[in-house]
Write a protein that binds this ligand. Sequence first.
Ligand SMILES: NC(=O)c1ccc[n+]([C@@H]2O[C@H](COP(=O)([O-])OP(=O)(O)OC[C@H]3O[C@@H](n4cnc5c(N)ncnc54)[C@H](OP(=O)(O)O)[C@@H]3O)[C@@H](O)[C@H]2O)c1
Length: 269
Amino acid sequence: MLRRLTIALLAVAVVLGAYVYPRLGDEVPEPATSIEPARHARVAVFGATGLVGEGVLAATLRDPGVQIVHVVARRRTPELDAAVATGRARLWLHTDYLDYAALAPMLADVDAVYWALGTSTWNVTNEEYSAIHVDYPARFVTAWLAARGAQTPLSFHLVSGGGTSASAWFHWAREKARAEQTLFQLAQGTGLRVVSHRPGGVLREGARARWYSAPLWVLKPIKRAIEPTGIGRAMLEVTARGPQVPSSTILENRDLLRYANGYRVRTGR
Ligand SMILES: NC(=O)c1ccc[n+]([C@@H]2O[C@H](COP(=O)([O-])OP(=O)(O)OC[C@H]3O[C@@H](n4cnc5c(N)ncnc54)[C@H](OP(=O)(O)O)[C@@H]3O)[C@@H](O)[C@H]2O)c1
């Protein structure tokens, strides 16, 4: 039954890929008035052992303009060791995400932070979900601003999620909205830009690809999903565009696809 359903979905994906995608086309963002790749020369990735963060890390390492990626994780993996072996990534093993004192040299060095740390609502209690998605990034941003001075031009990129809403029925959706608003407020009146990235579905790619997840790629042409490296490309593009994407901007899945395409067209990657 499952196999039949998968085959049917694959057929739909092929039809959409062949006929609908060319019509919808790859969208690109507004032309940039200026691009400053130096803004993403020194970056940090949180959550790099996860589906989204791994793709974001891969995108940063593919960009020769990224000189150093500080990877903050609570465990090492062969993928992270391989990243460190490139000589452009530094691994910080860190367990307390309410306290960043041990990361002082990283806070002093990094100009853009890509935050893909998070979990499913199924894995934790509501209280734990709130701590992970609201308190962890808020404490980080507070510590970062304190370390760098309020007027330093910095950018923080939150991986939020499609369906986020302060009036949602689901606890996770309300808490993601609270995280966005908390971070936007922390950035007000400072040199920090906080941008929220709300992917719809996240597509498995590379070593994480599975046969059963292949049909989900049908969601990409209709702009409802994006692959993790696409999120990374979008983050790099938004970082390089500086204040053209101002603080408190919320990017929905379709916007992420646009910025990822903009990055690809501009850089060829
Ligand atoms: N996957 C999707 O379809 C999807 C769609 C929209 C939005 N998102 C959002 O994207 C974010 C990342 O999701 P994902 O799918 O990449 O999740 P994932 O594969 O489970 O990865 C989560 C990452 O966060 C870390 N993490 C989780 N709980 C932590 C804790 N208590 N302390 C420290 N680190 C912790 C994990 O570290 P360990 O490896 O050590 O556990 C891992 O690096 C989440 O906020 C999620 O809501 C995901």
